[in-house]
Design a protein around this ligand. Structure first.
Ligand SMILES: Cc1ncc(C[n+]2csc(CCOP(=O)(O)OP(=O)(O)O)c2C)c(N)n1
Ligand SMILES: [Mg+2]
Length: 337
C-alpha cells in the first residue's frame, strides 16, 4: 500500500483489554477442547489456533459488524473472533443436531451468518474464491460490505488463490486476504514447498493487489495494519493481502504437541512461544496500569463458565435425525425417508 493509504489506525489503549480478552477467550476455549478431546466425544478433526490468536482477533476488531469473514480449516479462532456463537460451535464439534451445521460438518464447517461468519471449509484454498464471490455480490448490490478471508501459507500455493488475485484485482473487489504464515503446511516447511526466489509480495503486487506484512503475534500491530488495509479497500483502492508471521504451538491437527516428530526444532518452538501474543498484550496492559491479577481471574472465570455451559449443552443435545443426512447438501433432489 502506498503512503497515501496510511491512516492513523492505532488501537486506543482503552480498547486493548477487549482484544486481550478475545485472545484469552479463544485460547482457553481451545485448551478446553484439547483437554477433553481424548474423551472421544468430539470425533471430528480439530485444527487449533493456539499461538496464532492475534491475527484473527486483530483483524476482526478492525472489521465492522456488517463485514463478512470466511476461513479455512483452522476455523475456531476466526469464527469466535467475528462473534460466532460458542454453543453452536461446541455442539457442531460434538456432531450434535444443535451444531451450526446441524452436526454434519464438524470443526471445519463453522458458520454463523448472523455474526457475519459465512463459512469455513477444509479443502485448502477453497474459501478464498468464495470470499471473492461474497465481495463481488457486495459490490453488485452496493452493500459496502468487505469480506475478509483467513488462510495459511500453504493455501497461497493453490490455483484458487492465484485465480482469486486475478479476478479480485480486475474488479477491484472489497476483499481482504489474510495469510496466517505459520511457516508450515502440516509437516512441510516453506523451503521444501516453494523455490527460494518466490516472493508472496511480488506475486500479489504483480496481480495489482496491495500487500502489507506484519508481526502476527502483536495484536496491536495486526489491528493497525488491518485498519489501514480496510481504509484502502473502503476508499475504492481494491483488494489487499495481509501476510502475518505467526506460529502454531500444537500439532497440525489435534490436541497434542508434536515437537518429538523432528519436522521442526524445539529451539524454534521455544523462540515462538516466547513471543506469545497473549503474554505480550498482557504485559503491555500491566505496564499501562489497565490489568491485574483480579481482572485476569474474573476474565478466566467468565470464559470457563460459558465454556462449561457450551460443553454441557452439547452433551445433552440430540444427534441429528437420520432424515437430516440428505438435507442441506449441494447435490439435492433426493431426500431419504
Ligand atoms: C486441496 C487440499 N490439499 C491438501 C489438503 C490436506 N491439508 C489439510 S490442511 C493442510 C495444510 C495447509 O497448510 P496452511 O495452508 O499453511 O495452513 P495451516 O494448517 O498451516 O494453518 C493440508 C495440506 C487439503 N485439505 N486440501
Ligand atoms: Mg501454514
Amino acid at each position: 500500500m502506498s503512503a497515501s493509504d496510511s491512516h492513523n489506525s492505532a488501537l486506543p489503549a482503552a480498547d486493548l483489554p477487549a482484544l486481550y480478552g478475545a485472545m484469552r477467550r479463544i485460547r482457553r476455549i481451545e485448551e478446553a477442547i484439547a483437554a477433553r478431546y481424548g474423551e472421544q466425544q468430539m470425533r471430528c478433526p480439530v485444527h487449533l489456533s493456539i499461538g496464532q490468536e492475534a491475527v484473527p482477533v486483530g483483524v476482526c476488531a478492525a472489521l465492522g459488524p456488517e463485514d463478512a469473514v470466511m476461513s479455512g480449516h483452522r476455523s475456531h479462532a476466526p469464527y469466535l473472533a467475528k462473534g460466532g456463537n460458542l454453543a453452536g460451535m461446541i455442539a457442531e464439534i460434538h456432531g450434535k443436531a444443535s451444531g451450526v451445521a446441524g452436526g454434519k460438518g464438524g470443526s471445519m464447517h463453522l458458520v454463523d451468518e448472523g455474526a457475519g461468519f459465512l463459512g469455513s471449509a477444509p479443502i485448502v484454498g477453497s474459501t478464498i474464491p468464495i470470499a471473492a464471490g461474497v465481495a463481488f455480490s457486495s459490490r453488485m448490490q452496493g452493500q459496502g460490505r468487505i469480506c475478509a478471508v483467513f488462510f495459511g501459507d500453504g493455501a497461497t500455493e493453490t490455483g484458487a488463490f492465484t485465480e482469486t488475485l486475478n479476478l479480485a484485482a480486475l474488479h477491484r473487489l472489497p476483499l481482504l486476504l489474510v495469510c496466517e504464515n505459520n511457516l508450515y503446511s502440516v509437516y512441510s516447511p516453506l523451503d521444501v514447498r516453494q523455490p527460494p526466489q518466490r516472493s508472496l509480495q511480488r506475486i500479489v503486487e504483480g496481480h495489482g493487489v496491495a500487500y502489507a506484512h506484519g508481526d502476527g503475534n502483536d495484536v496491536e500491530a495486526v489491528y493497525a495494519i488491518a485498519g489501514e488495509a480496510l481504509a484502502h479497500i473502503r476508499g475504492g483502492g481494491g483488494p489487499v493481502l495481509l501476510e502475518f508471521d505467526t506460529y502454531r504451538w500444537r500439532e497440525h491437527c489435534g490436541p497434542n504437541y508434536d515437537n518429538d516428530l523432528g519436522y521442526r526444532t524445539v529451539e524454534e518452538f521455544e523462540a515462538w512461544k516466547a513471543r506469545c501474543p497473549l503474554r505480550r498484550a498482557r504485559e503491555r496492559l500491566e505496564r499501562l496500569g489497565l490489568w491485574d491479577e483480579k481482572r485476569e481471574n474474573e476474565l478466566c472465570a467468565a470464559i470457563d463458565a460459558e465454556t462449561e455451559a457450551a460443553f454441557a449443552a452439547a452433551a445433552a443435545a440430540p444427534w441429528p435425525e437420520r432424515q437430516a443426512v440428505m438435507r442441506d447438501i449441494f447435490a439435492s433432489g433426493r431426500t431419504e425417508t
